[in-house]
Design a protein around this ligand. Structure first.
Ligand SMILES: [Zn+2]
Length: 88
């Protein structure tokens, strides 16, 4: 019952790189794939996503897809913070 990893790998957003569809695995599948890929789930957070090279909808019949974790860029925040004070 460690507290060091508060992010549930099952909450990772998974997307297919071929058709761009978000993928929904069965419960536990993401964790299983991450373990198979040798990914340390302790380093994952909500800024990570999992991409799959193909998925059952664009490659029917295929059951094994290589996956990898990508870290999303965090430079979306703008430097200037000139919001008006709320006058309620
Ligand atoms: Zn696909």
């Amino acid at each position: 019952m460690g507290m060091q990893n508060t992010f549930d790998p099952e909450l990772l957003y998974v997307e297919c790189t071929r058709c761009g569809q978000p993928l929904l695995w069965r419960t536990g599948e993401t964790t299983r794939l991450l373990k198979m890929a040798g990914v340390d789930t302790a380093v994952l957070d909500e800024h990570c996503m999992l991409v799959s090279d193909g998925c059952p909808s664009c490659q029917p019949g295929e059951t094994r897809f290589s996956t990898r974790v990508v870290r999303l860029a965090q430079d979306v925040r703008k430097g200037n913070n000139d919001e008006m004070p709320a006058d309620a």
